[in-house]
Design a protein around this ligand. Sequence first.
Ligand code: F6R
Length: 242
Amino acid sequence: MKVIIVKDYEEASQKACEIMLDVVKNNPKANLGLATGSTPIRMYELMREDHKKNGTSYKDIKSFNLDEYFGLDQSHPQSYHYFMCHNLFDELDIDMNNVHVPKGKGNIDEECDAYNKLLEENPIDIQLLGIGSNGHIGFNEPGTPFDSVTHKVELKQSTIEDNARLFFNGKIEDVPTQAVSMGIANIMKAKKVLLIACGEGKAKAIYGTVEGPKTVDIPASALQDHPDCTIIADEAAAKLLT
Ligand code: F6R
């Protein structure tokens, strides 16, 4: 595990963008594993700026997102599909047929099986991750087995409340109670993993991920066994590291 400590969110986003662009430029047909949440927003903005300014092309790139709420259409403004279009894809030359976000409608078990098959057929070259303050990656909350693959998640009340605050204008009754998430085993299969963590709220999780024992209580600690995992943490998120 390689840990890069940077000053702040801006520097973390610049460094992460550099690593992501390196993969895209070296392999114009790369499969990118992508994440939502507040952390990658600036990095996605930098990727859009680079595409506009330098013409880095995504026309043969495929993307695979970590997770999606269940019960929302792709066009729903709170869906992760919508988030990705709004924050990244709409301003790139990516072919939308090559964009994959787990589907939030239909038969959830069939959707999970189909997503696992898709990931097997398209090995991910770089998987971008954020991290929850409890150490979750994707929607893999503490307790999720390390051998889990794409699965249905019953969202915890605390996650529902957090997400209502952030995305649903505080209306808890509108937040879906289920989601689809890549499992930890899917994430571990990516050739390269890039995790960004910023802010003091992530300090405990980063300590557990990097220095704590490997345990399902901190899902990101599974990454200790990954052969090519880079963590970019700002000073606040890295403050408990020795
Ligand atoms: C997002 C995801 C989540 C977030 C994590 C951190 O697709 O799977 O694991 O990466 O909850 O969220 P932020 O970046 O909002 O702190």
